[in-house]
Every structure is written in C-alpha cells, then in structure tokens.
Design a protein around this ligand. Structure first.
Ligand code: UD1
Ligand code: CA
Length: 493
C-alpha cells in the first residue's frame, strides 16, 4: 500500500488525508496540516529518581520526548506542541525551536497539562493527537494508524490500547456490555475487578480538538492522586453522546511507557534492536547484536561490518564496505568507504576512504585523516590533518599538525604542541620521513621530502629535501663491552 492516500473525513467536517508508506526506511506520513499534536512532558518523573526531567533521559542517544516529537513530525504534524514544566527550559534547549512549547507551571495532572496547549489551538477545528512524552517507542505509523481508526469510526475521541500480560501501573480500559470502551480507570483508583483487566491505556489519543478543550476545564480532581486526569475526558464524551473508539495495538512493545530506569533500559534495548534491524536489512553485517549500540541518527553504507562491542554515537556517518570494531566507539564522526577501525575511540573526527585506524588509536576532535592514511596502534591524533597515504603506525601523538601526502611518521614520534601556555603548529610536508622516537617541538616546519633522523629533537625548521639530525653523535668503543664485564666479574668495582 506504499504511497496510497486515504482521505480522512472528520466527524465535524474538517478534512485531512493520510498517506501510508510501508517501505523500510521511509516513514508513513499524514499529509495534512490539519492534524495537530500535543506531547505531555511537564511531569517530574519522580520514579526516575533523577535531577533530569524525565523526558530528557535518553533512549539510543536522544531524549525520550524527542523520539515522540520526531515520530509525530514524521507522521505529518507540522509543529507538535510540547507541554513543559519540570525542567522545561532544559527540554526546550535540547529539542530546539522546531516545536511549540506550552508551560504547565504546576503539575496538576495530564488533563491539566493538555489544557495548557489551548492557546495554540483555539482556531483548530480538526483532530488533535495527544501523546505522552514518556512513550519513546511510538512510531510515525502508530500515529497514522490511530488517525485512520479515528476516521473510520467517525469518532469524537479514539484512544489507543494494548493487551498486556502484566498490566500493572497502567490505566485500565473498562468496556460496556456491548464491548465498547466506556472509561479508563487509573491503577490507583481501580477496584480489584478493574485491576484484573489486561487491556491498558497507552496514553495516546486522537481527539476532536474543540470537544477536548470544551471538556478539559470541567474535569474534577477527586481521585486517588488528586490530579486532573486526561483519561476522564472519555467518560464525559460518552455521556455527551460522542463517539468513543479504541484502537488496539497488537505490538505491546510500541506502547511501553517509561516511568523508571528499568523501563528506560528496556525501552533502550527495544529501540536498539529496532535500529540494528533497520541497518541489517539495509545491508550492514552485525557482530554480536547484544553488544552493539547504534544511535538513531547514525548512517551506515551497505557491506559495512559493525563488529561486536561497538558503539556508534550521535551524528556519525559511515560509508560502505568498512570494517568497524570490535571494541570501538565512534562519536559524531564521519568515515568514508572501505576503512577499518579496530578497538579504537573516535570522537568528532573525519576519516576518509581506505583508512586504517587502530587497534587502540584515539582520534580526537578535528583529527582529519585523508584517503589511504593510517593511524596505527597507540596513536593519538588531535586537530591534525594526515594527508593522503600518510602513515602514523605506532605509539605517537600528533596534535595541532599537518602531515603531508605519503609522509611516514616513525614509531614514538611526538609533536610537542603545548608550551604550558599556548598551542603551536607542526607542519610536515609531503613525502617526508620522520625517524622513530623523534620529538618535534612546535612551532616547527619540516619540508617536503625531508628526513629526520631517528631519536631527534627538532627545534628548528627543516628545509625541503634536507636531513636533520637532532641527537648526540654516537661514540663506539671497540672491545669496551668485554672489558667492562671482566672488571665487573673481578669485583674490583
Ligand atoms: C498515564 C495515564 C494512564 C496510562 C499511562 C500510559 C493518566 C491519568 N494516566 O499514567 O492511563 O496507562 O499514562 O503510560 O493520564 N504529565 C504532565 N503534567 C502533569 C502530569 C503528567 O505533563 O501534571 C506528563 C508526564 O510528564 C508524562 C505524561 O504526562 O510524560 C504521563 O504522565 P505520568 O505521570 O507518567 O502518567 P502515568 O501514571 O504513567
Ligand atoms: Ca507514564
């Protein structure tokens, strides 16, 4: 059904359309500016036992509430309205200005929270989706399916439900004799019979917007938690003769609500597997999937192997035909094609194609390794360009430097970039050869084709094609070793 358009006709006449795309990697979309969306994220999240607002706890690298906001946007809600309160400035700072924000200064319950979005929606006559900011596994297609159900039932409100083995902690769906949803009872207000109900409220709804805001101010907070429950709107709708519909989601994983850190860990695992599967289906080979973590924004080309115990973080991009890992962390970096990075830490670096990194290399911010270059064992590179084919094979520190094309840096070479107060540059030309265990004291320039003798301390510029010997001249004494041993054995000293 890829690309199909299904017209949604709202009960009160407002029209929107929903497009379904089922292809892997493409988000299904509601192609409509007439669907609004509210995300409730003002709560403190007491059960997280954290200074951080609950919505900012991360699942696969991005805040939970951002997962919900992105999915809603991907489904076609142009500017989701996020209700913020506890830690609201932090949430706004983290998510940025592509969303609208409504403040709930006192956390008086989910019904009160939804009411705070009213100012943004006074003129909105179409449907409005309301989701919780702590349900990070919701997907664009979840919203689309909800809207479709809402339309086909010509409902005033459509709620999302799921049947759980263990419904503990969730609101329960009470159905009437006809099997239609009648109301939602919170766990804390539920009778033993109601607690036995396994159909739960996902906290994802599609409302007729004017109806929602006409009912919200009239809710009461006489319940076990003394809160204004959004869930109470449903019973009022029913009593007013509105149409209450329920969409049952078969996949309970989608609907998981995160209230504590264990649920956060479970949500992270679920999202991680979802991301791994997407890459695998796109042609990426994965090692032990229990040990690989790939952030939501990471891109990977086909025929790349991501080996075990590897973490790809932030806005990292990896080309095709690479071999990454095992035991590697790559963060906010870009890697070209057919490169190998083994047992290394790469942070904000740019790595070209056919580059070899590791094992045990550390590429720090602004390390820039051109095609065919190499940073081998125990090599640290920071704010430095390695030219095409340049090699730093072993035990070196290259910082604040440029290394020209095809230059070879011998084992144990150090650029002394820091004098205790300032950082200085080392420039090494193309086709140069730096002998092992050299110390290049910056600022210094080594010319094209120059050779630095092993063990040199270089404090002055070396011209092109020159040889530089910055070490004490060797003195060799014939027969000295034998004489020394003889003296030692005789015990005379
Ligand atoms: C809610 C539902 C419950 C459902 C469950 C699904 C209500 C009354 N209950 O319960 O039926 O099964 O979600 O996960 O809605 N929030 C605010 N302001 C507030 C209170 C909450 O913005 O004053 C936000 C929270 O930040 C959170 C969301 O609303 O993102 C849900 O609140 P939470 O306290 O987690 O509700 P649950 O007890 O999980
Ligand atoms: Ca919750």
């Amino acid at each position: 059904m890829s690309g199909d358009f299904i017209a949604l006709v709202h009960p009160k006449g407002a029209k929107c359309s929903v497009r379904f795309l089922t292809t892997v990697g493409q988000e299904p979309q509601m192609n409509s500016s007439s669907i609004a969306g509210i995300i409730l994220a003002a709560g403190k999240g007491t059960r997280m036992k954290s200074e951080l607002p609950k919505g900012l706890h991360r699942v696969c690298g991005i805040p939970m509430v951002e997962h919900v906001a992105r999915a809603m946007k991907a489904a076609g809600v142009e500017r989701p309205i996020i209700v913020i309160g506890h830690g609201g400035d932090l949430i706004r700072e983290a998510l940025g200005e592509s969303y609208d924000y409504a403040w709930q200064h006192e956390q008086l319950g989910t019904g009160h929270a939804a009411l705070m979005a009213k100012d943004f929606l006074v003129d909105h006559k179409g449907p409005v989706i309301v989701a919780a900011g702590d349900t990070p596994l919701l997907q664009a297609e979840t919203f689309v399916e909800l809207c479709e159900a809402h339309q086909s039932a010509k409902a005033t409100v459509t709620l999302s439900t799921s049947i759980l083995e263990d419904p503990k902690g969730y609101g329960r769906i009470v159905r009437d004799d006809m099997g239609n949803p009648a109301k939602i009872v919170e766990e804390k207000d539920a009778s033993p019979e109601e607690k036995a109900i396994r159909e739960i409220n996902v906290a994802l709804y599609c409302f007729d917007c004017p109806t929602l805001f006409s009912i919200l101010p009239s809710l009461s907070n006489t319940n076990a938690q003394g809160e204004y429950y959004l869930t109470d709107v449903l019973e009022v709708v029913k009593n007013q003769g509105g149409v209450l519909a329920a969409k049952i989601f078969d996949d309970p994983e989608i609907t998981v609500g995160v209230n504590d850190r264990w649920q956060l860990a479970l949500a992270d695992r679920e999202m991680r597997l979802r991301i791994l599967k997407k890459h695998a289906l796109n042609g990426v080979t994965l090692g032990n999937i229990d040990t690989i973590s790939i952030g939501v924004d990471v891109t990977i080309g086909p025929d790349t192997v991501i080996d075990s115990a590897t973490l790809l973080v932030g806005s990292t991009s990896i080309g095709s035909g690479c071999k990454i890992g095992p035991y590697t962390r790559i963060e906010n970096s870009s890697i070209g094609d057919r490169s190998s990075i083994i047992a290394s830490y790469v942070d904000r670096a740019v790595v070209g194609s056919e580059v070899w990194v590791g094992p045990y290399a550390h590429l720090r911010p602004k390390a820039n390794l051109a095609d065919g270059s190499k940073a081998g064992n125990f090599v640290e590179i920071k704010n430095a360009n390695l030219g095409p084919g340049a090699k730093v094979n072993h035990l070196s520190y290259i910082g604040d430097a440029t290394v020209g094309e095809e230059t070879n840096i011998g084992a144990g070479t150090i650029t002394c970039n820091y004098d205790g107060y300032h950082k200085h540059q080392t420039q090494i030309g193309a086709n140069a050869f730096i002998g092992s265990h050299s110390t290049l004291v910056a600022p210094v320039r080594i010319g094209t084709g120059a050779i630095v003798a092993a063990g040199s301390v270089i404090t002055h510029d070396v011209p092109d094609e020159a040889g530089a010997f910055g070490r004490a001249r060797q003195e060799t004494k014939e027969g000295w070793a034998a004489r020394w041993r003889k003296i030692k054995k005789s015990g005379s000293c």
